[in-house]
Write a protein that binds this ligand. Structure first.
Ligand SMILES: [Zn+2]
Length: 301
C-alpha cells in the first residue's frame, strides 16, 4: 500500500514539474492558427479553434459555448484586420477575461505583424464590406506564415516564460521544415505563374501574390455581397475578351455562382481547401499548401 501511495505521489509530482505539461489554453479564431500553434506550442498548450473550414470566418454567431472557451483562454490568436469584427468583440466582452483584451499580451492578431495587401485608398462603405485595415486573409502566403510564426513564438514565451527554450526549439524546427517545404511548393507551382483565375471573394490575394497569379475577377460584385445575374454577365464579357483558366471558391462559399460562370464561360471550377479541414487530406498548414497547389495544377490538365 505504501509503495502504491509513493508511486502515485511520484507520478503526481512528475506531472506537476514536467516541462511538457500543457499549461496554457489558446483560443484561435480560425483553424490555420490552431495548426500553427500546435507546431510552435506542442504539448505545452491546449489549442482550440472557434471555427471550421466550413464556416465563414467573417460571420460567426457568438455562441455561449465559444464564450465558455474564450473565458478560460490565456491567449487569443486571430487573423485580425477586421476579419472577426462581427463576432470577436462580443466574445471578448462576454469573456470577463482581462488578460485577452486587445493590447494585452494575451491578444494576438496575425495580420498586424505582416504587410497587408488591398488597403483601401478611401474608406467608402458603398464599395461593400471592405476591410479597412487591408485584406485579412494573410494565412495563404507561406512567407507571411513564417513572419507570423516568429512573432507568435515570441508571444508564447512572453506568456509562458518557463517554456521559452521549448518554444524556441520548436520554432527553429518548424522554420527548417517550412523553408524546405516552401522551396518544393515553388517548384510545384511553376506552371501557375501568370495564370488568370476568377475568385469568389478576395480570400486568395496573398496566395496569388506569392505565386504570381493574377485575379481575373471576383464573383462578388463588392466584397461580402452575393453575385447577381448582372454582375455575372459583365464578368462573362470580361472573360470572353480575356479568358481565365480556373474559377476558385472555398468550402464555406456557396458554389452556385461559380458553377453558373463556369457554364457561361466554359472555365473549370475548383474548390480549394482554404484552411485546415477544407478537405480530408488537409490536416495541417503543410498539407494546406501542398493540396492547394495540387488542386490548381490538376485543373490545368
Ligand atoms: Zn474577407
Amino acid at each position: 500500500m505504501k509503495n502504491i501511495t509513493r508511486f502515485f505521489t511520484t507520478v503526481f509530482l512528475l506531472l506537476l514539474t514536467s516541462p511538457l505539461m500543457a499549461s496554457i489554453n489558446v483560443f484561435s479564431c480560425e483553424p490555420e492558427w490552431t495548426s500553427l500553434l500546435d507546431e510552435l506550442g506542442g504539448e505545452r498548450i491546449n489549442s482550440y479553434s472557434a471555427t471550421t473550414a466550413y464556416q465563414d470566418p467573417h460571420h460567426i454567431e457568438a455562441r455561449p459555448s465559444l464564450i465558455a472557451k474564450i473565458r478560460r483562454a490565456s491567449l487569443v490568436v486571430c487573423s485580425g484586420a477586421e476579419l472577426e469584427t462581427g463576432w470577436l468583440p462580443i466574445l471578448l466582452r462576454q469573456s470577463a477575461n482581462s488578460n485577452i483584451m486587445p493590447g494585452k499580451p494575451g491578444y494576438f492578431e496575425a495580420a498586424s505583424v505582416v504587410e497587408r495587401l488591398d488597403i483601401p485608398i478611401s474608406s467608402d462603405r458603398s464599395l461593400g464590406d471592405v476591410h479597412e485595415s487591408g485584406n485579412p486573409h494573410v494565412h495563404l502566403d507561406p512567407r507571411r506564415i513564417q513572419i507570423i510564426a516568429q512573432a507568435l513564438s515570441k508571444r508564447l514565451s512572453d506568456i509562458d516564460p518557463q517554456g521559452a527554450d521549448y518554444y524556441k526549439q520548436r520554432f527553429n524546427d518548424f522554420t527548417q521544415r517550412w523553408q524546405q517545404a516552401m522551396k518544393q511548393w515553388q517548384v510545384q507551382a511553376q506552371k501557375l505563374k501568370d495564370l488568370r483565375i476568377v475568385v469568389h471573394h478576395r480570400d486568395w490575394v496573398y496566395l496569388f501574390d506569392w505565386l504570381g497569379i493574377e485575379i481575373a475577377g471576383a464573383l462578388e460584385p463588392k466584397p461580402g455581397l452575393p453575385a447577381t445575374p448582372g454582375h455575372l454577365s459583365m464578368l462573362t464579357k470580361t472573360l470572353t475578351a480575356k479568358p481565365a483558366k480556373i474559377i476558385v471558391h472555398t468550402p464555406y462559399q456557396n458554389p452556385r455562382a461559380a458553377k453558373r460562370l463556369s457554364q457561361l464561360t466554359n472555365t473549370p471550377v475548383v474548390e480549394l481547401p482554404y484552411t485546415i479541414g477544407g478537405t480530408d487530406q488537409v490536416k495541417d498548414l503543410f498539407d494546406l499548401f501542398t493540396v492547394t497547389i495540387e488542386k490548381l495544377n490538376g485543373a490545368l490538365k
